[in-house]
Write a protein that binds this ligand. Structure first.
Ligand SMILES: [Zn+2]
Length: 192
């Protein structure tokens, strides 16, 4: 549990006897987390490829996570740390704003300097995967290192990308330097 808490960037995750969790955020808040298997859906109610989705109710401090019943087992803890980090950020008062950890050009008037709650969830995934890499006992280092590479690329955190057709090295994506600067030092270490 402590490894998951560290990846999610929360102070503590304490299992309850009923299978739910008490989560204590880095900002000193508490919330109650229930996770259940089910169907994840798009905003239009269509089936979604999301591994997990959450509802966060700040008034009752209740967070409900739906884990897709199609999710492969390996993807579940990674998705869970994302949802926990995102919910904790919302409850700690991080403003909902456009995500900046996206590998696409960011237009000039949008300054990619501040992480959204979802960005923080993505960073939690990165920390989780880095933990797997560091822990040789899991037997997953190779898989995890490919997952890290794919995630860094999706987040626009690789300094350059090989062209899929020619293999030649493309320039860094727009906003790369600002995205890097928005990361805390522990995440910078993983990205380096
Ligand atoms: Zn998210």
């Amino acid at each position: 549990m402590q490894a998951l808490a560290e990846a999610a960037g929360v102070a503590k995750i304490i299992p309850r006897s009923d299978g739910t969790y008490d989560v204590f955020t880095a900002g000193g808040r508490w919330f109650h987390l229930s996770a259940a298997a089910g169907k994840t859906v798009t905003a239009h109610g269509m089936p979604s490829s999301d591994v997990a989705q959450s509802t966060v109710d700040p008034a009752t401090e209740q967070v409900n996570v739906t884990i897709s019943d199609k999710a492969i087992a390996r993807a579940v803890p990674r998705a869970l740390v994302h949802e926990i980090a995102e919910a904790a950020a919302i409850l700690d008062g991080v403003t909902q704003r456009s995500d900046i950890l996206i590998d696409e050009a960011i237009d000039g008037d949008r300054n990619p300097s501040e992480l959204s709650p979802h960005d923080r969830g993505r960073i939690a995934e990165l920390r989780y995967l880095a933990g797997l890499l560091a822990d040789a006992k899991t037997g997953l280092p190779y898989r995890a290192s490919k997952d890290v590479d794919a995630l860094l690329r999706a987040l626009g955190l690789v300094s350059g990308r090989p062209d899929p057709d020619t293999g030649s090295f493309l320039g860094r994506s727009k906003g790369y330097a600002q995205r890097r600067a928005a990361l805390d030092p522990s995440v910078q270490l993983i990205v380096n």
